[in-house]
Design a protein around this ligand. Structure first.
Ligand code: 4AD
Ligand code: MG
Length: 445
């Protein structure tokens, strides 16, 4: 592997270790006396130098960007005054071509270098090559580190991992964004959230979490909506609303600590988001009603979707939310949303029955990255909520039973992994934070 550090480097008269390194050509620069290759392998980059006869005998037609090679030679410290990854270079004395790449097209370079424009259909068609670019591979490493950190933090907090089904018969976040799929003689839906299943297992397992795909047929194209996204969801038993907020803050901060503790990942983040500041606790806590007042009090006021001043009951739409997070410029727990604009399962605030014990966590640059709430505890109340939303209670018997057989004060949340990474790595869109983005009009490659 290119990233291996335990290799003796030659310097002056001292011989370095002779090694065999396999990787692909990322860049190639041919000079009179020497040819410099930047070799990559997913673990790092290595400068490789071909000199003497080798510069004349290698087949330039085979040495193109993407070409897969085995290079043999001595590993040496780079001469004073020159820079190279890890300050070392391979002095090649022998090579094998493992897989050539066509040298007559700049396929990869052209497609990778234009990374900023992720909306471009050609770029999206070539996502498999775009992923070879430096930014894209750094982002995928960051994403993996974030996922690993979540697992580690949940382990530490004794939250048990479970794996709920993706093919379901119930909606969680409204019927409008359900994907359906033929399922033998029936119809099934692709899950919008694993929340309801998580709720059913807290009696046996205590606090639980999952990292699964959720699916939403989002009918608008925005930079933060995907049709398929990775959902980090947790459900906590015997808690109050304030415990939920404290826990969420704890998880987010610990995850960031773990991610930044990894030097390779921290270096990638520094490149992508040089001004990133770890959020300070406590996060700002703002009630929905105060947010409405805040939006109206701006100069000029930030209007609702219809262009009017915000009134109680209005959704705080993406544009307004984004303005708000950009101005306040720190994480916000936006809480106590009106019953009417939130999902059926949310618990009402006993102090004000117009609103729910709900929270959205908003981050600068992205807006909402987390949605959570306390859950309705009462059996009759839940049946009433189904009715109000036009939900057939029959399909939800297993969820309703949760309230019938020993209900409890409990709550949880869902974090969009792509949005979390977009915030951390300062990405314009969530499309760059997943391997192969899915959104309206795009289901390939
Ligand atoms: O706010 P949402 O819809 O909440 C739920 O699904 C709850 N049932 C979760 C729970 O309590 N267990 O979604 C939660 C988060 C959002 O804040 C967002 O980060 C992400 O999931 N999300 C999406 N990410 C990308 N594309 C989409 N279409 C998303 N929809 C939600
Ligand atoms: Mg939400």
């Amino acid at each position: 592997r290119i990233g291996r550090k335990d290799i003796e480097l030659g310097e002056g008269d001292k011989k370095g270790t002779r090694v065999k390194v396999m990787g692909r050509i990322h860049r190639l620069r041919a000079q009179k006396q020497a040819t410099f290759i930047t070799l990559v392998d997913g673990y790092g980059q290595l400068q490789c130098v071909l000199t003497g006869d080798l510069t004349k005998t290698y087949d330039a037609l085979l040495f193109a960007q993407g070409t897969s090679l085995a290079l043999y030679g001595e590993m040496r410290k780079v001469p004073e005054g020159q820079t190279a990854p890890d300050s070392r270079e391979l002095h090649v004395d022998y090579y094998e071509v493992l897989g050539a790449s066509p040298s007559d097209e700049d396929a990869i370079t052209n497609r990778v270098s234009a990374q900023q424009n992720q909306w471009d259909a050609q770029m999206l068609d070539n996502r498999h090559l775009v992923l070879r670019g430096e930014n894209a591979s750094a982002l995928m490493k960051i994403r993996a580190a974030v996922e690993r950190a979540f697992q580690k933090v949940y382990d530490e907090l004794e939250v048990t991992k479970v794996s709920p089904p993706a093919l379901v018969q119930t909606q969680v976040e409204g019927g409008a964004t359900l994907f359906s799929a033929p399922y033998y003689e029936e119809t099934a839906f692709l899950t919008q959230s694993s929340q309801l299943y998580l709720e059913t297992v807290i009696p046996s397992l205590g606090d639980v979490y999952c990292i699964e795909k959720s699916f939403r047929a989002e009918k608008s194209l925005t930079r933060r909506h995907l049709s398929e996204f990775t959902h980090v969801e947790a459900e906590l038993d015997y808690i109050e609303f304030s415990d939920l907020l404290d826990h969420l803050e704890e998880v987010i901060c610990r995850v960031i600590d773990y991610v930044l503790a990894n030097p390779t990942i921290a270096a990638h983040l520094k490149e992508l988001n040089p001004t990133f500041q770890k959020p300070t606790r406590p996060f700002l806590r703002m009630k929905y009603t105060d947010a409405i007042d805040w939006l109206n009090a701006q100069d000029p006021p930030i209007p609702n979707e219809e262009g009017n001043p915000h009134v109680f009951g209005d959704d705080i739409a993406e544009a307004a939310e984004r303005r708000m997070t950009d101005i306040i410029n720190r994480p916000i727990f936006l809480t106590h949303f009106p019953v009417e604009i939130k999902a059926f399962y949310m618990k009402k605030d006993p102090a004000d029955l117009r609103v729910t014990e709900s929270v959205d966590c908003l981050m600068p640059g992205v807006g909402e990255i987390v949605g959570g709430s306390m859950r309705m505890e009462g059996y009759d109340e839940l049946l009433e909520a189904y009715k109000k939303q036009g939900i057939d209670a029959k399909d939800y018997y297993w969820y309703t039973d949760q309230r019938k057989y020993g209900t409890s004060p409990h709550g949880g949340y869902g974090i969009g992994l792509e949005r979390f990474v977009a915030w951390l790595a300062n990405q314009h869109t969530v499309r760059t934070t997943c391997l192969y983005p899915r959104f309206m009009g795009r289901c390939k490659p």
